[in-house]
Design a protein around this ligand. Structure first.
Ligand SMILES: Nc1nc2c(ncn2[C@@H]2O[C@H](COP(=O)(O)OP(=O)(O)OP(=O)(O)O)[C@@H](O)[C@H]2O)c(=O)[nH]1
Length: 377
């Protein structure tokens, strides 16, 4: 389902950090990293979940209590409906937990909520006071399906209520006309207020989420190359890897450092130096999978992380990039600059030796430089 709150920042981040091509083998997209650390976005989901559990467990318990209370009535159609409704509410809440809160469970809860409203309208509840409970039930419906789909649910529920009230002669409930007119006046005002409130809550929440993500993105992005920076690696990526080691390890790290970069700056100026860095960034991004990450960790130094990748594979991947850099000179106007870079590779087999692996990759880079540059160690 298209959700602008989620989709807009997702696209923003996805196209910033990920290469245009390549199929993901794992869903390690960086939107995920940010999303997990974005409490504003979680707040909406939490409210939805809490309301969902409330209506499922409290609504289910009430249906069960009514069923037990009315058991002696031997009104089997009513008792069956109450028992079935309670079991459905509990099962739906339980299954949503197992199946990771798929939207279908929220819709089922909203249908159940409608049935409770209609049941109350039909029976009149305790001493014909059932209509009082309609107010929170309508609000719950709007919360769990959102205000847009909520319009459909609420319209259908209200249509059902109107039908029952118009056919009072055929139902157990009895609503005096003066009560009904007061109820409908208050109910109409309530529905408008609920939808207006929900609409603006969603909008302000959307703006807040966008702002937060933009700030987060800026703090985690290198402004020149638009690559994630060291802060992102330390505070988001590696933390996430530690939390989900199965998805990341063995994690191979490749430190890439442009050779004789100072000479480029000195000979052609900083602007050309900057463009060389952007060129190298594009080249590396086009040579990694969607689940890999390239970050800028220093002036002319980059770090490529390959999750679920062995040392021998990482060495081969680094060698491919090395050759690509060496074989494709940087071109700008009349300038054609042969480039090269040195690579240090190491692999962390588990989350406990990640720092040691990063240190080893640095040491290997140092060796590559010492041994004459333009090589993978
Ligand atoms: N244009 C540009 N230059 C940068 C940037 N960040 C760092 N540098 C330069 O990168 C150069 C790095 O120089 P060195 O550390 O001596 O490394 P090198 O010249 O590449 O030599 P080796 O790594 O030993 O091959 C320095 O001159 C920095 O000023 C940047 O964002 N833009």
């Amino acid at each position: 389902m298209f959700n602008p709150v989620v989709t807009t920042p997702y696209l923003l981040l996805r196209f910033t950090y990920l290469p245009a091509t390549g199929k993901p083998s794992l869903d390690l997209s960086f939107w995920h990293h940010f999303q997990e650390s974005n409490s504003a976005l979680n707040a909406e989901e939490k409210r939805r979940r809490l309301t969902f559990y409330f209506i499922s467990y409290v609504g289910g318990s009430f249906m069960l209590l009514f069923a037990i209370n009315d058991f002696s009535s031997h009104n089997w159609p009513l008792l069956t409906m109450l028992f079935a409704g309670a079991i459905l509410a509990f099962a739906n809440a339980g299954l949503s937990n197992i199946y990771q809160h798929k939207p279908i469970f929220y819709y089922i809860a909203a249908v159940l909520d409608s049935l409770i409203v209609l049941g109350l309208t039909y029976s009149g509840g305790h001493q014909n006071t059932g209509l009082y409970w309609i107010f929170p039930l309508i609000l719950i419906q709007v919360f769990i399906v959102g205000y847009k789909i909520g319009i459909v649910f609420v319209a259908l529920t209200v249509a059902g209520m109107l039908y029952l009230i118009a056919h009072q002669a055929d139902i157990p409930a009895s609503y005096p006309p003066e009560h009904l007119s007061r109820f409908f006046a208050a109910f109409t005002a309530f529905i408008f207020t609920a939808f207006i409130g929900e609409y603006f809550w969603q909008r302000s929440h959307h703006e807040l989420t966008k702002d937060n993500l933009e700030k987060l993105r800026q703090a985690n992005t290198d402004p020149l190359t638009r690559l994630p920076n060291r802060r992102f690696l330390d505070s988001v990526y590696l933390e996430r890897a530690m939390e989900n080691p199965v998805d990341y390890f063995p994690l191979s790290a490749v430190v890439v450092d442009a050779d004789h970069f100072k000479a480029i700056n000195d000979q052609f100026g900083h602007d050309v130096g900057d463009n060389v860095l952007i060129y190298l960034t594009e080249l590396m991004k086009n040579n990694i999978r969607q689940s890999d990450l390239v970050a800028r960790t220093g002036g002319e130094e980059f770090l490529i992380l390959y999750p679920k990748t062995s040392l021998s594979t990482a060495v081969k991947l680094a060698e491919n990039i090395r050759q690509e850099i060496a074989n494709k000179p940087f071109k700008q106007g009349d300038i054609s600059l042969p480039l090269s870079a040195s690579f240090g590779v190491a692999t962390a087999l588990t989350d406990t030796n990640i720092n040691a692996a990063l240190k080893l990759a640095d040491e290997n880079l140092y060796l590559a430089k010492q041994r004459g540059r333009n090589q993978v160690v």
